[in-house]
Design a protein around this ligand. Structure first.
Ligand SMILES: Cc1cc2nc3c(=O)[nH]c(=O)nc-3n(C[C@H](O)[C@H](O)[C@H](O)COP(=O)(O)O)c2cc1C
Length: 361
């Protein structure tokens, strides 16, 4: 049996069943969950994304509405010490981002526990341990998804962190190292036994990376297997899909990553759909305005070159599907000053804006 026969979603297309729920069903869906004493409301949350979900991105998403919880990017526990904190941009945040999760990776229980104490002092409301990152740079050091191959060690690490802090500790993990060693149910049970307050599962394996589709039946199985809140993560890109995932998998919450880069309004749209309102559809003018606001926010916080890189990274996902987006991405990649990037954006969005005005007239 080859990998695709064992796991058809590796080759298959994203499920295309009719996923639109009627209003009566929508009203039965959960809207909150608890992480220890912290109420997460609404239960649609931003996924941690290294290089993306810094304080600026998180504030941009929160400012648009509908997002119940945000997280820092993954931070290597070895880089966290009281002395190093002042220079640690990954852990910068503002009070309006609360409740805030800070995510750590590592593989030495005592070291991760010490880092957890430090980020608790810094102001983390929740500490999340990453056991899902598939990048060879991370797994090579025994961090991230690598811990899925050594559950006893993962257990020691989770217990050490839990014992070190007062704030709730959560786990984010993948379905297993590869299709031969799927252990998401054992991992979930272990995490519950170690006192984790909630779990988030991205149901791909480490081997899958980001290929194929996330198999949400694994998320549903974890929800049945433990009694702590379970959050599902993977491939949610529309408001309909988010509510459908809540409905069909029975999870407590849905986490959105790349879908929020492509469409930062997705959280607002989900909230509107729940209320029975027509979800907001951003126009070309809204998109240009948001990109400019994001760039301005970046420029307030970081040197021009880094701000420009952040913009380039966001534009890659943000413009997916728009006619001519490949040209914009190519020209923005070449831009080496903020004014030239702004000029490319305006040149790209203006015809779209004129077209929507003509359609509206
Ligand atoms: C650019 C990028 C960076 C990511 N960084 C992290 C990270 O730092 N910590 C983590 O737990 N997951 C990380 N992830 C995984 C996401 O949190 C999420 O589980 C995954 O992308 C699937 O969700 P999506 O399809 O909604 O993006 C990252 C994903 C992407 C695309």
């Amino acid at each position: 049996m080859n990998a695709e026969q064992r796991a058809p979603w590796l080759a298959g297309a994203k499920p295309t069943a009719d996923i639109t729920l009627d209003q009566q069903t929508i009203e039965t869906l959960p809207n909150t969950y608890q992480v220890g004493p912290i109420r997460i409301s609404p239960n649609i949350i931003l996924a941690p994304m290294a290089g993306v979900t810094d304080s600026v991105f998180r504030r941009m998403v929160l400012g648009l509405g509908g997002c119940g919880l945000v997280s820092t990017e993954m931070t290597n526990a070895a880089s966290v010490s009281p002395k190093a904190l002042k220079r640690h941009r990954l852990l910068d945040f503002l009070p309006e981002e609360r409740p805030l999760t800070m995510q750590l990776s590592g593989n030495e229980p005592d070291l991760v526990a010490a880092a957890a104490r430090t980020v608790e002092e810094l102001g983390a409301d929740i500490i999340d341990i990453n056991c899902g990152c598939p990048s060879p740079k991370i797994t090579g050091g025994g961090h991230g998804a690598s811990l899925l191959r050594d559950l006893p060690k993962m257990g020691r690490l989770l217990r050490a962190v839990k014992a070190a802090v007062h704030v709730p500790v959560t786990l984010k993990f993948r379905a297993g190292w590869d299709e031969e060693s799927l252990n998401f149910l054992d991992t979930a049970k272990l995490a519950e036994d170690c006192g984790m307050a909630a779990l988030a599962l991205h149901p791909r394996t480490r081997e899958q990376g980001y290929k194929g589709w996330a198999d949400w039946s694994r998320v549903a199985a974890v929800k049945q297997h433990v009694s702590i809140p379970v959050i599902g993560s993977g491939d949610v890109t529309t408001a309909d899909e988010a509510l459908w995932r809540l409905h069909e998998s029975g999870v407590d919450g849905v986490m959105i990553g790349r879908g929020a880069m492509a469409n930062p309004w997705i959280f607002l749209q989900i909230a509107q759909l729940r209320r029975g309102d027509v979800p907001f559809e951003p126009t070309a003018a809204d998109k240009l305005e948001l990109l400019q606001r994001y760039l301005d926010m970046c420029l307030e916080e970081m040197p021009e070159k880094i701000a420009l890189n952040k913009l380039k990274q966001l534009i890659g996902q943000f413009t997916v599907g728009l006619p001519g987006c490949a040209n914009l991405r190519a020209s923005i990649q070449r831009a080496d000053t903020v004014p030239s990037a702004q000029e490319h954006m305006e040149r790209f969005f203006l015809p779209h804006m004129e077209q929507s005005m003509a359609e509206a007239a």
